[in-house]
Design a protein around this ligand. Structure first.
Ligand SMILES: [Zn+2]
Length: 310
């Protein structure tokens, strides 16, 4: 695999071969779901199962262990590693696998947003796939066209409407979000939302809208949120962000104006921060007065890339 900045981002580097050509082989899938070598990760209420305390690992199970617990839940084929098939199994939300059943005491169901900070990157990436797929099923039980129940097909990679008059097919979502570090000379534009921890500033971000290019979305968001005009836009890297189904598209953007005007909605503050201050902040110097998100956030990687360019 060739190295790109995307490979450094958290949730990148999934080591599984997604083997999409196998998704419609029902007999093969059924056989693999009971084969002794197969590995299964349960997902419950958007949380994947992990083991090991401070540095969690995927809580892979062998077939059969959670058949009762997962009855009625969705199954997603994650892919192959060598000859071993890997699956995610949904434990329906109305059960409580942390209180009763075969998993009690074996591990816990982790908030992936927290676990990613301390997990092996490849493992976190597999869980991003598992979490996003199971979560998509949970949010799309009914046909968006006619409202009838829909059911999973293709090893979990589509849903089909059960109404014979409709039969609409629905596919897993990936929602593009632009996240951009706007810069002007030796200063970068950072903003903060009310919900951020005190002192934290980050790159601006927003959803790409239908009928819009990445560059147009970057210019619109920076203008809307901070009143700053943007010219040239450079792509940096992407990051899957399964909360619930975003793809973060990281860009560096050249600002062509300087006067900040907040929209008063998304940001509670925005400011220009010089490169030297950001470099000190990234090095952990508290006297910098601000800090940026941790390295599992693509905003961190954008700031890092720009600081290193200087
Ligand atoms: Zn329908």
């Amino acid at each position: 695999m060739s190295h790109s900045p995307s490979a450094d981002n958290a949730f990148a580097g999934n080591p599984l071969d997604r083997a999409s050509h196998l998704r419609n082989r029902a007999d093969w899938l059924a056989e693999r779901l009971t084969a002794p070598a197969t590995l299964i990760v349960p997902v419950w209420r958007t949380r994947p199962f992990v083991t090991g305390g401070r540095r969690p690992e995927i809580g892979w199970l062998r077939p059969g262990v959670i058949d009762d617990l997962a009855a009625g839940g969705e199954t997603v084929f994650l892919g192959m590693h060598g000859d071993v098939a890997h699956f995610a199994l949904e434990i329906p939300a109305d059960r409580d696998p942390e209180k009763t059943g075969p998993l009690v005491g074996l591990g816990n169901f982790a908030d992936l947003r927290q676990a990613v900070a301390v997990m092996d990157p490849g493992e976190a990436s597999i869980l991003a796939q598992a979490k996003a797929m199971i979560d998509w099923h949970a949010r799309h039980r009914f046909c968006a066209v006619c409202g009838a129940p829909s059911e999973a097909r293709s090893a979990g990679y589509s849903r089909t409407c059960t109404s014979q008059a409709c039969k609409a097919e629905h596919f897993p979502r990936t929602d593009p979000v632009v996240i951009m570090l706007a810069t002007r000379g030796d200063k970068a534009l950072l903003g903060r939302q009310k919900m951020f921890p005190p002192g934290m500033y980050s790159a601006l971000a927003g959803f790409v809208e239908p009928g819009e290019t990445i560059e147009e979305a970057v210019r619109r968001e920076v203008k809307e949120e901070a009143g700053i005009e943007v010219g040239a836009v450079r792509y940096h890297s992407t990051q899957p962000w399964p909360f619930p189904s975003s793809l973060m598209i990281g860009c560096l953007a050249e600002a062509t104006s300087e006067v900040i005007e907040l929209d008063g909605e998304e940001l509670e503050d925005a400011r220009w921060v010089d490169r030297e201050t950001l470099a000190r902040s990234m090095a952990g110097d508290r006297s910098a007065g601000i800090f940026v998100p941790p390295s599992f956030a693509i905003a961190h990687m954008l700031v890092k890339a720009w600081v290193e360019e200087g």
